[in-house]
Design a protein around this ligand. Structure first.
Ligand code: FES
Length: 343
């Protein structure tokens, strides 16, 4: 049976009265049936069907053009630091992406509306799981639908559709490439290493060990950070606090990694990376203002309150021949949020 014959059979039939269920509520209305079916031009006129096919192909080709436009825009428009260039790149990528998606969508909708089977079929309600015969029939209907979609009969549409769909995800590769180099181990390392001098934040200048008085706290950065290409990125990892307290209050490790009671700790909270900026001199607690994680300086900066899960990492320091504080090594573990700690 052809598509047209099947459509005619399903439409224009007089309404039927719903069956009265045994012992159930009587029917209160009649099944109105379906309105008369109107054939599309492509159903009756092969020329119109051919024209519709060409229109679908045109939109799919347009979509391919858009996908290629995205790639060309990313490669051809180089960022030179000017706002105009960023604006041009954004517009070119946006317009190309619009063309790619819009044309793909229009092509698919036009194909469905003009060329795919247009007959409506009536299926009565039944229990959720069909019988074996019904399930087999469903599989057959699916197969029939796939055949009716005409992918075999219309190789031009099939091929351009495959081309459009295959090309569409490729711009994503260029987008990801454009987001910059992979971070590598940047997140788990800092610029601190042996012989890096401690300087005051923000005024700069090396720190004499003798200038750190008992009970004081200083905000510290590694010397040379301002000369880096991205000093703020490094500052977000390398900021350090130094505090001086009675050496007898410190653990053996702290004394070994410190200088006469002066110890250096990462300022980056191990919860979510806020700066641990508050030091309670009386209790020797360091406090993170974001979610109140509290670290006990006299217990290797162990967490004694709040959501942080691990102690602040300690920076090993020493004093040089001229009396300045200098790191003897980098941090032995990743600084910052605990999710950075990956075994
Ligand atoms: S970031 Fe410090 S407690 Fe949340």
């Amino acid at each position: 049976m052809s598509d047209i014959e099947r459509a005619d059979e399903a439409h224009g039939q007089p309404g039927t009265t719903l069956a009265k269920p045994e012992g159930g509520v009587p029917d209160r209305f009649e099944n109105p049936g379906l309105p008369p079916h109107k054939h599309r031009m492509g159903d009756t006129d092969p020329k119109a069907a051919k024209r519709a096919e060409h229109q679908v192909v045109f939109f799919l080709l347009l979509s391919m053009l858009g996908s290629i436009g995205i790639i060309v825009s990313i490669i051809a428009i180089k960022y030179d630091g000017s706002f105009d260039q960023v604006s041009l790149s954004t517009k070119a990528i946006g317009l190309s992406m619009f063309l790619s998606l819009f044309a793909l969508g229009i092509g698919a909708v036009h194909w469905a509306k003009t060329l795919m089977p247009d007959d409506e079929r009536i299926d009565m309600r039944h229990r959720q799981r069909g019988t074996t015969a019904e399930r087999e029939e469903a599989v057959n209907i699916l197969k029939e639908g796939a055949a009716e979609a005409g992918l075999g009969r219309r190789p031009l549409i099939r091929n351009t559709l495959i081309g459009a769909l295959a090309l569409f995800p490729i711009p994503a590769v260029f987008f990801f490439r454009d987001t910059g180099p992979l971070p590598g181990n940047d997140l788990s390392t800092t610029m601190w290493k042996a012989d890096t001098y401690l300087v005051k934040d923000p005024e700069g200048g090396r720190i004499r060990a003798a200038d750190v008085t008992l009970g004081s706290v200083m905000h510290v950065l590694p010397e040379g950070i301002e000369e880096l290409e991205h000093p703020l990125n490094e500052k977000a990892k390398s900021a350090v606090l130094i505090m001086r307290l009675d050496a007898s209050l410190l653990t053996e490790k702290q004394n070994n990694w410190g200088v006469d009671g002066t110890v250096a700790y990462s300022k980056i909270c191990t919860h979510m990376g806020c700066p641990v900026a508050l030091y309670e001199q009386q209790t020797h607690h360091l406090l993170c203002p974001c979610h109140q994680s509290t670290f006990d300086l006299t217990q290797d900066c162990k967490v004694i309150f709040g959501p942080a899960k691990r102690p602040l990492p300690q920076l090993p320091i020493a004093v040089d021949d001229d009396g300045y504080l200098v790191a003897t090594d980098g941090f032995s573990e990743a600084v910052g949020p605990s999710f950075w700690e990956r075994g």
